[in-house]
Design a protein around this ligand. Structure first.
Ligand SMILES: [Fe+2]
Length: 242
């Protein structure tokens, strides 16, 4: 199966905790192409003040990555279509950017990738998700909810986030235990319940690619080809224009 779309990945070099060099980033993209990814969106962290990424920090990293991609293409490697956006920590800094057209949106401009703190939920979370959708026409795509203890410990909190209009994105490597057993069990449970709209790789380095391949097979054994197609093709396609 191919034609997968990855809306969460860290191949841009040197601007967050993802790839350190452009060559590493290009290896991640070539590896994902081999796994069947048609489209990959790089989503560097926006987590201030540690990683204050903006279009002006992304542009030079993208340029360096594209040169390294071109070098691999010249050696016969295939590459996915490549876009850039960001993974915004859902705090006041990101809220300001999201509501003033200053966020780095997913392709098409209708959805934004956000991550929640791992140990607690932000104040007014549901209200902000709902306002983002109704007032600003932006769908919040919540990265790896199964890695947030405030959500794994409260199914009710998770359902409120969904009811407010957020779409949940599975970090596929959670299924193989890469983030511990609590995240793995929550991910399995929520795949079975149909809580996820999409899945993503969240790949940070070349050695993650093989783990992503194993994780996609774990998803296939849980829900068959239909689950893989739903979470890596149909779900992401419904949120972005690619
Ligand atoms: Fe990420």
């Amino acid at each position: 199966m191919s034609g997968y779309i990855d809306l969460h990945c860290h191949p841009l070099p040197g601007i967050d905790d993802g790839c350190r060099t452009a060559e590493e980033g290009a290896l991640v993209l070539a590896g994902l192409a081999k796994l069947g990814f048609r489209v990959v969106v790089a989503t560097p962290h926006v987590r201030c003040p540690t990683w204050d990424n903006r279009p002006e920090t992304v542009a030079p990293a993208r340029q360096a990555l594209e040169s390294a991609m071109a070098a691999l293409v010249a050696q016969g490697e295939a590459m996915p279509e490549f876009f850039t956006a960001a993974e915004h920590l859902f705090d006041d800094v990101s809220w300001e950017r999201l509501t003033t057209n200053a966020a780095m949106m997913l392709p098409g401009g209708r959805a934004a990738l956000v991550e929640l703190p791992y140990d607690r939920l932000p104040m007014k979370l549901e209200l902000r998700i709902w306002r983002l959708l109704k007032t600003h026409r932006i769908t919040a795509v919540v990265a790896h909810p199964e890695r947030c203890s405030a959500l794994t410990s409260s199914e009710e909190a998770l359902e409120q986030v969904i009811a407010a209009g957020a779409k949940l994105q599975l970090d596929v490597m959670s299924l193989t235990g890469a983030y511990g057993s609590t995240a793995r069990e929550a991910a399995k449970r929520w795949v079975a319940k149909g809580h996820y709209t999409l899945a993503a790789t969240d790949a940070h380095k070349p050695s993650d690619v093989a783990k992503v391949g194993e994780a996609i097979e774990a998803l296939r054994s849980l829900g068959g080809d239909a689950a893989v197609a739903k979470l890596f093709v149909e779900g992401p396609s419904s949120l972005v224009a690619v």
